[in-house]
Design a protein around this ligand. Structure first.
Ligand code: BGC
Length: 736
């Protein structure tokens, strides 16, 4: 039975109330009356529970916890049920450690491949981020542990993250940067949302009423708590008024005094403070762990699960002439690269975990694979002795596996990268080894996309991102074919960083980050520009092959159902992520060529086929109209594309949407001839006939001048000899 009610809050002193809306310390909420302090901890890929030496940047150690793969990799699983299980495991660990709220997942969009925190985020696409994070949140919360979904919103760079303003037009904000949060709020009801450090269109997010109250609560119906990112609050009184409930970690007594004084001086209504207090108390009441919690959990089982998650997510980017899988018992294999012995398996900053048992690729290697260091992670220049040793090993072996990636200093929370290149000594080594051995596989460990100047010289490339503490076992599972790879990229790898749509704006201005590219983020941009890319969004190979057929589209009263068959035509069992993209051919606004609207991962034995069915709601066809503040789905033609990646579309068909609205609701003098000519719309056809305008237009449009006359608004048809009376008659008839 709840003990938190209005009477209880009314009985608290002003000082007690003020102490509740800040952290008691770095990780705890305040203790007031019988309400015990509740602990929260990072997140998102393992627990970072600190007992002493608290910090928000992963500097001080925390209790041992399993380091699961980071979201950059788990996103490549495209597997909601796997993300749910991951959430459950994190919830189990958090509960055993007496935690109330886990600070994650991070769901910001990967706008630039240079953003320092991309490893912690899921995708360049809001549907992927939204669906996978929804599953993760449901998983954690099913264990009685709350989450804090972060960083709300538009925190897409690390440099000057506390002060820079993300300047974004409203439609782009809604469609690209908020829609994943919207889905999570509506479908997973997270305990809390963490507001981000930055400004949005000039207003600090921590006191942004439009974001924290109007959109989050009033539009989406969020009923949890809003906390600040650590140190994000600039003006606590303004923040409370805007809808922030809990400042973390707060400034102790100074914060309490500030709030008390503001209430006493009438600058903050006590009733407004009470709302924040009530939300803090309700959060604590709901998510506070019981005092008799079981303190142990099976960390070895979690390590095995971390391996499984990586197995299901690692992406085989390239595999010419079936270079992989390896057969180390039948061939000599050289393994080169310090990252095999000192792997990057997690990111730096607040998500840094004190891992339970790291198994490196060197630890997990099959017995007859030899290892040489090849390069030094501490230095970008080649070391002649290490280099020569690597060339000798590569020359003497049938096959070579080179481990390459970004060293830790290059990539972390807190700063952005300046280039998308591997250190020079790694690139040089790969090219030199490829010169002496025709069977080279590169295994990558990195938090985000990387340029590959050597990609045409090697036979295979395996992207393992930051694969968690079972990195070694999972990498060899894929290399040896123990596991058939099934990961797909959740971000595009451009050929070079300057191809990215943010190349002209990212980190160019210390105060303003201008999102000039609008909706055209990731594949939405590369596709529209018809730019070649290194590896497209959604790409990932398998040791088997899949074919697609039988595309069917059925429009129902509220939804559109798309179905098709996927068949495993190869010789081994495998999993395929089928992707459904929609191309809007109808709406009179800027549109990407295609946008991902659903995906499904299917497991198929050799020869097995499965029908995949996807049901699309009206929203899948909608764009955000910032003039009316509504999501509009326009009736008309749409292209349905089904494929194995965004650039490998196997089936496509267009169809007419009928569950949206008729765009031509009102015809005026501003309507263009092409909007009323041969539309197939009965109302328009009848009015054209009755007004006699049809014959006049037919005469004009029939002489090879279609484009000129189609591009004239009705009010200007006088210039083509049509009388104003006739035009007005048509407008009256069509609108009545
Ligand atoms: C990060 C958050 C994190 C918090 C607490 C901040 O620096 O941006 O993601 O949850 O610290 O460690």
């Amino acid at each position: 039975m709840t003990t938190i009610d209005r009477d209880f809050i009314a009985g608290l002193t002003l000082t007690e109330k003020a102490s509740l809306v800040i952290g008691h310390d770095f990780w705890f909420t305040a203790q007031v009356s019988h309400v015990r302090p509740m602990m929260m901890t990072d997140g998102p890929s393992g627990l970072r529970k600190q007992s002493a030496g608290a910090d928000a940047l992963g500097i001080n150690d925390s209790v041992k916890a399993v380091a699961f793969p980071t979201s950059a990799l788990t996103a490549c699983s495209f597997d909601e049920s796997l993300l749910h299980q991951l959430g459950e495991q994190l919830g189990i660990a958090a509960r055993a450690e007496d935690l109330g709220v886990l600070l994650g997942p991070g769901v910001n969009i990967k706008r630039s491949p240079l953003a320092g925190r991309n490893f912690e985020y899921f995708s360049e696409d809001p549907l992927v981020a939204g669906k996978l994070a929804t599953a993760y949140v449901n998983g954690v919360q099913s264990q009685g542990v709350g989450v804090s979904v972060k960083h709300f919103a538009a925190n897409n760079r690390e440099n000057e993250r506390f002060t820079s303003s993300s300047n974004i037009d409203e439609r782009t904000l809604r469609e690209i940067y908020l829609s994943q949060f919207e889905r999570i709020v509506k479908e997973a009801h997270p305990a809390t949302i963490m507001c981000s450090y930055n400004k949005l269109n000039g207003v600090q997010v921590s006191n942004n009423q439009r974001l924290l109250t109007d959109i989050l609560r009033n539009e989406w119906g969020f009923d949890g708590l809003v906390m600040s990112d650590w140190g994000a609050v600039v003006d606590h009184v303004a923040a409370i008024k805007a809808g922030l409930d809990l400042e973390m970690p707060g400034k102790g007594q100074a914060s309490i005094d500030e709030i008390v004084t503001a209430v006493k001086e009438g600058r903050l209504q006590e009733s407004r403070l009470d709302i924040a207090v009530e939300r803090v108390l309700k959060m604590v009441e709901k998510w506070q762990p019981a005092t008799d919690q079981v303190q142990d959990y099976d960390k070895e089982a979690q390590h095995r699960f971390a391996r499984q998650v990586a197995d299901e997510s690692i992406v085989l980017l390239k595999n010419d002439q079936q270079e992989l899988p390896l057969h180390p018992n039948q061939e000599t294999v050289a393994m080169i690269g310090e990252l095999a012995a000192q792997p990057r398996y997690q990111g730096g900053g607040s998500s840094h975990v004190n891992a339970v048992r790291v198994v490196t690729p060197l630890d997990a290697k099959p017995t007859n694979v030899t290892y040489v260091q090849g390069y030094s992670l501490a230095d970008d220049d080649s070391d002649a002795a290490l280099f020569d040793q690597a060339i000798a090993a590569a020359t003497a072996s049938d096959r070579v596996i080179i481990f390459a990636g970004y060293p830790e200093e290059m990539e972390s929370e807190g700063f952005d990268k300046t280039a998308m290149c591997l250190p020079e000594n790694q690139n040089q080594l790969i090219m030199a080894v490829a010169n002496v051995n025709p069977h080279v596989t590169v295994v990558l460990q990195n938090g985000s996309a990387v340029e590959m100047p050597w990609v045409n010289d090697v036979q295979a490339v395996v992207e393992t991102y930051l694969a968690g503490e079972a990195v070694g076992e999972a990498t060899w599972d894929i290399l040896t074919g123990k596991v058939n790879p099934s990961g797909k990229l959740a971000e595009t790898f451009p050929i070079k960083v300057s191809d990215n749509p943010t190349a002209l704006s990212f980190n160019q201005d210390q105060t303003n980050e201008n999102y000039h590219e609008g909706l055209f983020v990731g594949y939405r941009y590369y596709d529209k520009k018809h730019l070649p890319v290194l590896f497209p969004f959604g790409h990932g190979l398998s040791y088997t092959d899949f074919t697609y057929d039988h595309l069917e589209i059925k429009a129902g009263p509220d939804t559109v159902t798309v179905s098709f068959n996927v068949t495993n035509t190869g010789h081994v069992a495998g999993k395929e992520t089928a992707q459904l993209y929609i191309g809007n051919q109808t709406s009179p606004v800027e549109m990407p060529l295609k946008e991902l609207r659903d995906f499904a991962k299917v497991a198929l034995e050799p020869g097995q086929a499965q029908t995949v069915t996807m049901v699309l709601p009206r929203r899948s066809f909608a764009w955000y109209n910032s003039t009316t503040g509504t999501w509009e789905a326009d009736n008309g033609e749409y292209l349905v594309m089904v494929g194995s990646s965004s650039r490998d579309i196997r089936l496509q068909k267009s169809f007419n949407l009928t569950i949206g609205t008729d765009q031509l609701a009102k015809i005026t003098g501003e309507t263009y001839v092409h909007e009323i000519w041969q539309t197939g719309n009965q109302r328009i056809e009848e009015a054209l006939q009755q007004s006699g305008l049809d014959q006049k237009l037919a005469a004009l449009l029939g002489h090879g001048s279609d484009a000129i006359f189609a591009n004239i608004p009705l009010r200007s048809l006088g210039m083509a000899g049509i009388t104003n009376d006739q035009i007005q008659r048509f407008i009256r008839l069509v609108n009545d």
